[in-house]
Design a protein around this ligand. Structure first.
Ligand code: HEC
Ligand code: HEC
Ligand code: HEC
Ligand code: HEC
Ligand code: HEC
Ligand code: HEC
Ligand code: HEC
Length: 306
């Protein structure tokens, strides 16, 4: 099945040479790019405006920033979508997952798709929801961007990553597609964490909810809540776990080289206890020596006076 998809897609992409993508996309985006679309109704012989299902609106700006920007819609969707109204059976069309196209492909080896799939298989999501929880639940194939690897902005990386989780954990409908239960309230679940909002802006959910896997850029094994990081010192020390996770990327590394997590200070966030300024260190030693000197001189004079 996998090779089947891959061959079709590769052949198709080679064949079309990506050239007419924009035109192809516009054929669909004239309806799917907007909340309102028009059709010519042949029964009434009138042009009518209608509302698009908001979940079926595709944001072409976001798509053009994503990794699959060069695709035509019909590289992934059936070409039968070219006619409107769409054939009802198309609703049941099986869609390719990430591994169908990226599995076993040398070109993408650096992303370690197979290892990611394996790790994801162990996660609470895969365990509790089975096949219903696909990679696409977090990575929308229309918009997916590689962020942590490329971005220079820690807050940008954190926001991008956390929005993936919040798009579901903060959205009852999406959550209930996967679970019969009530969505747990994140505010309550994290009430032990002081200044929750500040933390959510500066650390990723995955920092606390996955174990760090050295061989992967992004750990994909989300663990049960019992195993989540709760101890403050895991981050608020010089040997912060953030070094092995959020700050493991090359693009952020140069910053961590100027003194431990000095990077965090020079950037947009700050970790208590992790920050050491060598000047201040020397300054405090100097002050200490001066005080010691003062005290000794004082003592010596007292002794001499006696
Ligand atoms: C004339 C407007 C129009 C055009 C053009 C159009 N669509 Fe649609 N499309 C719709 C409407 C309306 C719906 C929702 C109703 C339905 O499912 O038929 C829809 C639904 C869909 C769905 C969701 C089906 C489901 O229920 O899961 C997909 C996928 C889709 N369109 C893809 C495409 C693609 C790909 C193209 C371009 C080749 C395209 N559409 C062109 C109007 C259009
Ligand atoms: C890289 C593959 C890919 C490309 C390119 C792509 N789609 Fe999709 N599309 C998907 C997948 C996969 C789904 C199903 C998402 C899911 O079920 O989680 C989907 C779902 C949809 C839906 C239904 C929304 C939903 O959430 O079920 C619409 C509408 C749609 N696509 C329209 C488009 C249009 C219009 C384009 C071109 C501008 C396009 N797609 C290009 C892979 C793609
Ligand atoms: C239908 C086949 C197909 C599917 C499904 C698909 N991809 Fe892709 N993907 C491609 C192709 C082909 C490219 C290369 C596009 C190009 O070069 O413009 C690509 C590019 C990428 C890249 C950029 C690689 C690079 O370094 O330039 C990443 C990352 C990626 N995809 C991740 C994913 C993820 C994650 C998913 C699942 C959510 C996914 N893809 C689903 C076919 C697919
Ligand atoms: C629970 C949410 C979630 C699921 C499910 C998920 N991922 Fe991810 N994935 C993430 C997050 C968060 C990132 C970090 C995004 C970033 O900053 O680039 C990421 C990053 C990635 C990257 C980029 C890694 C790198 O080295 O730069 C790839 C490739 C990827 N995921 C593939 C997959 C595949 C394949 C699946 C399904 C087997 C999957 N993901 C399932 C959340 C998820
Ligand atoms: C598409 C929806 C969706 C997305 C996206 C998603 N989750 Fe979940 N998550 C769920 C559902 C549903 C459950 C409940 C599974 C169950 O029934 O036990 C869950 C469970 C969890 C749990 C386990 C709670 C427990 O009871 O042990 C944690 C932790 C968690 N998610 C964190 C995350 C993180 C971190 C991300 C982003 C990287 C994320 N989730 C993305 C739907 C989602
Ligand atoms: C500083 C570490 C930390 C961060 C950051 C964090 N969590 Fe948690 N989270 C925890 C801990 C610890 C628990 C378990 C709390 C308990 O059982 O009392 C938890 C519990 C949860 C639960 C289970 C709630 C329940 O009652 O079933 C979910 C879901 C969850 N977190 C999702 C997220 C999401 C989504 C994010 C990012 C927006 C996030 N967490 C960020 C540490 C963290
Ligand atoms: C996953 C790593 C992580 C964990 C675990 C963590 N923190 Fe933080 N914390 C951070 C980061 C990063 C910041 C920096 C935010 C900023 O830029 O000010 C921060 C900021 C803070 C601040 C605010 C500092 C300020 O400038 O206002 C307080 C207070 C704090 N943490 C206390 C705690 C306590 C108490 C715990 C344990 C219950 C804890 N943190 C657990 C990473 C963490």
């Amino acid at each position: 099945m996998r090779t089947y998809y891959r061959n079709i897609v590769t052949a198709f992409l080679l064949f079309t040479g990506f050239s007419s993508t924009a035109e192809d996309q516009n054929q669909c985006l004239k309806c799917h790019g907007n909340h309102i679309y028009s059709i010519h109704n042949e029964w009434t012989e009138r042009t009518e405006k209608r509302l698009m299902n908001p979940y079926f609106v595709i944001d072409s700006v976001r798509m053009s920033a994503g990794v699959h920007q060069s695709f035509s819609c019909t590289d992934c969707h059936s070409t039968d979508y070219g006619t409107y109204p769409h054939n009802g059976e198309l609703k049941l069309e099986p869609m390719a997952g990430c591994l169908d196209c990226h599995g076993g492909d040398e070109k993408y080896a650096s992303y370690q798709f197979e290892k990611i799939e394996e790790e994801f298989g162990k996660s609470v999501h895969a365990q509790a929801c089975g096949d219903a929880f696909t990679c696409s639940k977090c990575h929308d194939q229309h918009y997916y961007q590689v962020t942590a690897r490329n971005s220079e902005s820690v807050t940008g990386i954190v926001r991008y990553s956390n929005e993936m989780c919040l798009s579901c954990h903060d959205n009852m409908q999406k959550y209930q597609l996967l679970s019969e239960g009530q969505k747990p309230e994140l505010v309550e679940a994290h009430s032990w964490l002081p200044n929750k909002n500040l933390h959510f802006e500066h650390v990723r959910c995955i920092e606390c909810h996955t174990e760090v896997v050295d061989s992967l850029m992004i750990s994909h094994n989300i663990m049960p809540k019992e195993n989540a990081v709760k101890r403050c010192v895991e981050c608020h020390t010089a040997d912060s776990r953030l070094k092995a996770s959020l700050y493991k990327y090359q693009n952020l590394q140069s910053r961590s080289e100027n003194g431990m997590m000095g990077n965090i200070l020079s950037n947009e966030s700050y970790v208590i206890g992790a920050y050491r300024n060598p000047l201040l260190n020397w300054g405090s030693i100097l002050i200490f020596c001066v005080v010691l000197l003062g005290v000794s001189v004082h003592i010596i004079f007292r002794i001499i006076k006696k």
